[in-house]
Ligand binder design. Sequence first.
Ligand code: MLT
Length: 323
Amino acid sequence: MRPHRAVIARSMLEVGTPPGPGRRAHGLVAVGGGARPQAAEGADHALFADVALLPTELEHMPLDRFGAVAVIDVLRATTTIVAALENGARGVVPVATPGEAYAWRAAAEPVLLGGERGAKRIAGFDLGNSPLEYVRERVAGKLIVLTTTNGTLAFRRVLAAGPAGGPGPELIAACLRNAQAAARHLWQRAVSSGRGVLLVCAGTNGWFSAEDAYCASVLLDCLAACGPLVPGDGARAVMRLGALAAPPMEELSNSRHGQTLLRLGFDADIDYCAQISVSETVPRFNAGVLVAADGPYDTGSPAGVPCVDGESVAGEPAPAGPA
Ligand code: MLT
């Protein structure tokens, strides 16, 4: 049994029933007293948390309800992004297509191109999508342009769904390896915005992904350790799945995409991706690039769905990318 399971049970008991329409207008709902040993900033309020089980749900979901959004593609894009930044990469630009990535290479700033199609490295690219490739010797100080089948596309879908004017929610990348750090970051950002948290599962080719839902359940556990949650329907479903979960290696290996990766010989990647809360690195969008929050390349500027096609819409300077 995972140690955080007890925490979620406590939180769900505290929260009781889902909020009515009036309460959902804001992400934070005041709750009655009661000492909480692990109380974080804002823990005297319940945080509205929901999960989009597929990025297509964003077409129907007003993002202005959320102060913080996390994209999850545990196998493997968001794990790779965390690995790259943990090993000193300057930033990761998630793009939708190999063509966009090549356009970045043609621009002035030197970049490394990373990504996959069919889980294999794209011809002419410097790196694939195995987090184990993103070692310090390879990536430190480098800007990486990454395109993957589902993960980087999910970021683009969040960007497309963002509020038209002004900065939207903080946008981060989450996976099992940074679950606790990501949850703390989401909690703080959501509380300071007075709005809720949304976890977006990347899925696989438009299909539900068990491993992303499992990761969302772990993140909800970690959020519940920060303070009480008011779960939306997606979050409630994921919590129930999480309560029945097998150990992480089993969850990841048995998933459809896990099976594909095993067939292709990426066993070590699954082992790496299945480790929970071993990294403090939280990739956050900053002027169109995912950078390590509070790291050397984080300017601390407002994040939040800020950049489409390499251009800032929040008044921040975009990195030197394609025109
Ligand atoms: C994706 O974005 O579809 C995945 O990260 C695929 C992979 O495992 O490389």
